[in-house]
Design a protein around this ligand. Structure first.
Ligand SMILES: [Mg+2]
Length: 169
């Protein structure tokens, strides 16, 4: 099993001063960008990964509701679970996010590969699996390519950007 740990704000929508959602749009599909969800769908389709939601939206909506929002915007893969909720440490939200993902991984069979899509700058020990999105744009095509490289060597991007020996770092 491959897993995409998924943040919403700053990944599936663009967060800027003039993009605040209307009240009725909070934590709803109306505040997700269809084109950005399509990029997530590309990752999921090519890697056959499942989605585990690490976004704080999981505190406002059920897994089923979140899955339905994503499906309505074009995600075809499975939303398997949400990460557990841990108390916020003194270091703040970004450190708890990584700890919650680690707790999920500890509680499940070893996964084949995983990637963390999140606009937070610091994912602690998960740095190597972290694709940090630009919160002002959401997930980009470059982020998609990087996520696929992290998830599986064989999940080549269609434009020939798959890893080759000459590209290895
Ligand atoms: Mg975010």
């Amino acid at each position: 099993m491959r897993v995409v740990f998924l943040d919403f704000d700053g990944v599936l929508n663009a967060v800027s001063d003039d993009s605040s959602p209307a009240l009725g749009e909070l934590w709803s599909a109306a505040w997700l960008d269809r084109g950005l969800v399509e990029r997530l769908a590309t990752i999921v389709d090519r890697s056959s990964a499942v989605v585990v939601i690490s976004s704080s939206w999981r505190q406002k909506r059920t897994r089923e509701e979140l899955a339905e929002m994503l499906a309505s915007h074009g995600l075809r893969g499975e939303v398997l679970d949400v990460t557990p909720r841990l108390p916020k440490p003194p270091e703040g939200e970004r450190r708890v996010r990584a700890a919650e993902i680690e707790a999920w991984l500890d509680a499940h069979d070893p996964v084949e590969g995983f990637v963390v899509l999140d606009d937070e700058p610091d994912m602690g020990r998960l740095t190597r699996q972290h694709v940090r999105t630009d919160p002002t744009t959401g997930i980009s095509d470059d982020d998609v390519a990087r996520a696929l490289e992290i998830l599986c060597a064989g999940c080549a991007a269609p434009d020939g950007r798959a890893r080759s020996s000459s590209e290895d770092e």
